[in-house]
Ligand binder design. Structure first.
Ligand code: PLP
Length: 479
């Protein structure tokens, strides 16, 4: 029997890019799928469902009340509409024409992002008029205060990797400005992981996407002050109607939030550590492929996400980052890497949506494209890790000829060897990066100098013997 995927001719993709709407948001776990099935099999009074789900979502976010939506974009439109029209039926039915109600929504210029559609358009859908203040990368509190007038309906703050990350007025100050002027503050926290932190900042309404960090179906929520949430729900009799959330999505969202909350906060550090070591293992396998230097990077927006970042040297790789991404996407199955920094020559593997099997396929495809060969199998994860700390006595450090000999020796061994600084924070590479011993460029890039202490870590066959050989290169005993 053929599947609907086959009938439609759309191949399931391997998503190594992140929780992206263009790739269908999240892969749902079985409990969420079951919850959506349960909803699908019966009728329910939707107002009752929205209210009950709202109470559950409020508990998970530590807020007074919450309103399910079709997504964060709808959440923004509905939140803006709620602050303009309240629960007044005449005003609700007149939107997006705000009439004589205050309708200006003040935001920092660096927050007027495009997340697949322009954020300011969502404000306009809700009847608001966006007022962008300051410059893209420089906004001062005075810019915000000066823009708040009797025409102001809300201040909107965008917490996002899409937003400019420096030179912006921090949320605490935006909340203080809102308080001082009696103007409510909306936070767009669409892709954020912490469901309690953002509402606890004192914002009046916080918007989340259900299909991103939460791992739910295409859905979202607005949470916050009870009377404002009542006004959000009331918009389903107006501009919210074409953004009507289904009973299936509400059930799926509630189940996903339950599971997320249960796995929750306490486990966040453990999740981040597991991701970090998983990506370190992947980096050791990809670093040193022709034209690829790989490292583990933390999410630039400060979320606890660790990714494998691949910097592509077009000359050595035979194609630039964009070309490589296009080849991966054109394959069968299509593979999508994270391309936010593609123009700068960097691609990333995001572990969150990726199964172990899919990760193997990513390695195999990259290896195939770049070397024309089958991938080096990862050593059995059960293999013991052998580590060795040593002080580099080779005068050139891990540079030039010693680095080349080191990489050659590591390349001949069946063991997977990585190198890191024993005391991060010193030296020009500065950091805690762990790189593959097989890549000369990576070795040189971490800038280990004579006299520095390093840690060699090896797994797989010949691990101990390989470490002894490598140690002899950078810390020869007979010199
Ligand atoms: C993804 C995103 C949205 C839209 O979320 P949907 O749930 O897809 O509607 C809005 N704002 C930001 C900052 C986002 O990252």
């Amino acid at each position: 029997m053929s599947t609907l995927h086959e009938d439609l001719g759309v191949t399931p993709a391997i998503n190594a890019a992140g929780k992206l709407t263009v790739l269908g948001g999240s892969r749902l776990d079985e409990a969420v799928i079951a919850a959506m099935g349960e909803a699908a099999r019966s009728h329910v009074v939707m107002d009752d469902l929205l209210a009950a789900a709202g109470r559950e979502l409020a508990r998970a976010t530590g807020t007074e009340d919450a309103c399910p939506t079709t997504g964060a974009a709808a959440g923004i439109a509905i939140a803006v509409a709620a602050l303009i029209a309240g629960t007044d039926p005449a005003r609700i039915e007149r939107l997006p024409d705000a009439g004589d109600a205050p309708d200006e929504v003040v935001l920092q210029k660096g927050h007027a992002v495009h997340f697949g559609a322009p954020l300011t358009q969502m404000i306009a859908l809700g009847g608001g008029r966006p007022v962008e203040v300051g410059s893209v990368n420089a906004v001062r509190p005075e810019h915000l205060s000066a823009a708040v007038t009797e025409r102001t309906a809300a201040l909107l703050y965008v917490q996002s990797h899409h937003a400019v990350q420096s030179g912006e007025v921090p949320l605490e100050m935006v909340v203080a400005i809102g308080r001082a002027h009696g103007v409510p503050v909306i936070v767009d926290a669409a892709a954020e992981e912490d469901l309690r932190y953002w509402p606890a900042t004192g914002a009046d309404l916080v918007v989340y996407s259900g299909g991103k960090a939460i791992g739910g179906p295409t859905s979202g929520l607005v949470c916050g002050r009870a009377e404002l949430i009542a006004a959000c729900r009331a918009q389903y009799g107006g501009i919210g109607r074409p953004m009507k959330v289904s009973k299936e999505a509400v059930f799926g969202l509630v189940q996903a939030v339950r599971a997320y909350d249960g796995a929750g906060g306490a486990d966040a550090a453990g999740r981040a550590a597991a991701q970090r070591s998983r990506m370190a293992r992947l980096v050791a396998r990809l670093d040193g492929l022709p034209g690829v230097s790989a490292r583990v990077v933390r999410d630039p927006a400060g979320r606890g996400i660790h990714r494998a970042e691949l910097t592509i040297d077009p000359e050595a790789a035979g194609r630039d980052a964009a070309g490589l991404a296009a080849e991966l996407a054109a394959g069968d199955p299509p593979i999508f890497l994270r391309g936010h920094h593609m123009a700068a020559g960097r691609l990333a593997v995001d572990p969150r949506p990726l199964t172990a099997d899919e990760e193997e396929q990513v390695v195999a495809r990259l290896t195939g494209i770049l070397t024309g060969a089958a991938p080096v199998a990862e050593s059995d994860p059960g293999d013991e890790v052998v580590e060795c700390r040593l002080v580099v006595t080779e005068p050139a450090g891990l540079h030039a000829r010693p680095a080349a000999v080191f990489a050659q020796t590591a390349g001949r061994s069946a063991a997977v060897v990585t190198v890191r600084r024993a005391r991060p924070g010193s030296g020009p590479g500065g950091g805690s990066r762990e790189v593959s011993a097989r890549s000369v460029l990576s070795l040189m890039s971490i800038g280990i100098r004579c006299g520095e202490e390093i840690v060699l870590s090896a797994r797989g066959p010949e691990a101990a013997q390989t470490l002894a050989e490598l140690a002899e290169i950078v810390a020869p005993r007979h010199r």
